[in-house]
Design a protein around this ligand. Structure first.
Ligand code: HEC
Length: 134
């Protein structure tokens, strides 16, 4: 490889927003921050810890299928309304963590996701890939 080519490759590798970001960063991790997920979720907490009000996302792949997550990230309000086993499971964990009796409540995630933050199908796939590693 000619020297000039090497310089160009080097510039391509290191250009972009932050030092290593375009080539080495995990796109799912970046999207998780960009799309407000990180404001509410702690990826290091287990799903039994709702601190302050959102479940930790560690091991989330054991709690939901990819298909369920696809629907949830697209339109949490719609999934919430079905009161399916995934929703019931989240709610059971929520009230156990609070130490209170279950009662009807709105989805907190649906106040933002599917409303002011709408995800494309492509973004959802990238996020699921990321969630699957937690
Ligand atoms: C406004 C705070 C908020 C934002 C923003 C938010 N979530 Fe949530 N998320 C929640 C809450 C709270 C729940 C539990 C159900 C509920 O009350 O909506 C939840 C549930 C989940 C679950 C199921 C977790 C489990 O243990 O069953 C996943 C996965 C998830 N969110 C991923 C995401 C991703 C990915 C994003 C970003 C695109 C995101 N959330 C953005 C608050 C939020």
């Amino acid at each position: 490889m000619k020297f000039s080519h090497r310089v160009i490759c080097f510039l391509l590798l290191f250009s972009g927003s932050g030092a290593f970001s375009p080539v080495f960063a995990d796109p799912g991790k970046a999207l998780f921050k960009e799309k407000a997920c990180a404001l509410c979720h702690n990826i290091n907490n287990p799903g039994t810890v709702f601190s302050p009000v959102c479940p930790g996302l560690q091991g989330v792949r054991h709690r939901h299928s990819q298909d369920w997550l696809r629907q949830w990230l697209k339109d949490p309000a719609a999934v919430w309304a079905t009161d399916d086993t995934g929703v019931r499971d989240m709610n059971a964990r929520y009230f156990r963590y609070r130490g209170s009796q279950p009662k009807p409540r709105e989805s907190f995630m649906a106040t933002i996701i599917g409303k002011s933050v709408v995800l494309t199908d492509e973004e959802i796939e990238v996020l699921i890939e990321y969630l699957w590693k937690l």
